[in-house]
Design a binder for this molecule. Sequence first.
Ligand SMILES: Nc1ncnc2c1ncn2[C@@H]1O[C@H](COP(=O)(O)OP(=O)(O)OP(=O)(O)O)[C@@H](O)[C@H]1O
Ligand SMILES: [Mg+2]
Length: 445
Amino acid sequence: MFDILAIEDDQRMRELLKEILSRNGCSVFTAKNGEEGIGLLERRTFDLIITDLKMPDIDGITILSKARELNPENLVIVITAYGTVESAIEAMKLGAYDYIQKPFEPEELMLVIKKALDYKRLADENLRLSSQLESCRSEELIGTSPRMTEVKILMERISPLDTTVVIEGETGTGKNLVAKTIHRISKRSSGKFLSINCGALTETLLESELFGHEKGAFTGAIKQKQGLFEAAHGGTLFLDEINNASLNMQIKLLKVLEEGRIMRIGSTESVPVDVRIIAASNIPIKKEVDEGKFRQDLYYRLKVVTVTMPSLRERRDDIPLLAHHFLDRYRERFNKEIQGFTTEAMDTLLTYDWPGNVRELEHVVERGVILEHGKKIGISSLPAELRSRPKEIMSSKSVMRLEDMERQLIQSALRFFNGKRDSAARALGISTATLWRKLKKYNLD
Ligand SMILES: Nc1ncnc2c1ncn2[C@@H]1O[C@H](COP(=O)(O)OP(=O)(O)OP(=O)(O)O)[C@@H](O)[C@H]1O
Ligand SMILES: [Mg+2]
């Protein structure tokens, strides 16, 4: 429940405020003049302060500055008489959060108040996240969503064992990071963590990288070379993009896994290797098996444990935490004083689809830190593709017609204001006459 302080000299207005706010589930404290209001402000904190601007003793502007002086986080909404919007705008320049004009409808008042309380909630949430971040900074793998917690629990369980692990997930979901973390918390952590991308090299090069070669094994092999399997002895070898290894290479890998020994190219003797294998793929390997692109025997040998990384859109709860994590990183790197994200920007981050997952989010935040000149990363510092894709209205399947959207907006505004046309028109930013015309056009009478 929110605690709200209402300072208003007019008794009827004071009672009206109290009634509307209580009815909407707020706990309301009232003060009949500025002095009483400031007295209360000095004694305790409120989630929101509503003050009349014009009062005989101490005026609303003085209360506003006093409230902000006592606590810069104090949210103040001013009430202004009809026709004196200038003074309200003046108050907003001095730090008032919003204003409401007398006379007002209860719904209008609640609209302004709900917006302020949402803002307050977000500001508190930002604070909470920063402290949460502090406690998990050491872990590096950020995320507290159920899906991410599952991954972390599985990681803890399998790390101490020497089993082979397959990590599957879309690009940018953190497969490399998870592989490194598994190594770091395993009993092999004092050994090396080496990785190779199976899709980036030709078959011969990959083979010589993995197994090494004897001097003179092929043209260019001017001296003996140790392969990664040997170099990672006692540690972990990460085979990234294993799905891109050729079928021929897959046979060779299966052999190593089964025998625990390798043979350098050009050698006739095999040597034992003690390496834990972690493999990653950005498409489900099972699918590749079904299509005949991946050997079933190798697949079964590898997938003793499979860690499936959730895409970012499957764990949107983690977006704020991740965004703040990257903000911290890049704020420091670029030496900027940015404190957070505007509500609008965070909303955009929360609704975007993130095809590039955490990597894309990281780049978006990095870019935002570079471009932003204000204290908070705003929507204008986000890339255009994030801003221009309201999720609910557009999908690959359908694009909403502008007219349908207008009709829906008008309907919901009317519902919100219980059919009061002038309030709905004002909220929509059009005249009552325009609203009337549109109602006729859409048959909404
Ligand atoms: N949970 C997370 N917490 C913090 N940073 C993360 C997290 N997941 C991913 N990252 C960061 O996002 C970036 C991409 O992660 P990573 O390289 O591990 O993804 P990937 O799944 O291996 O992608 P690809 O399939 O393209 O290789 C890295 O900078 C990584 O540090
Ligand atoms: Mg990777």
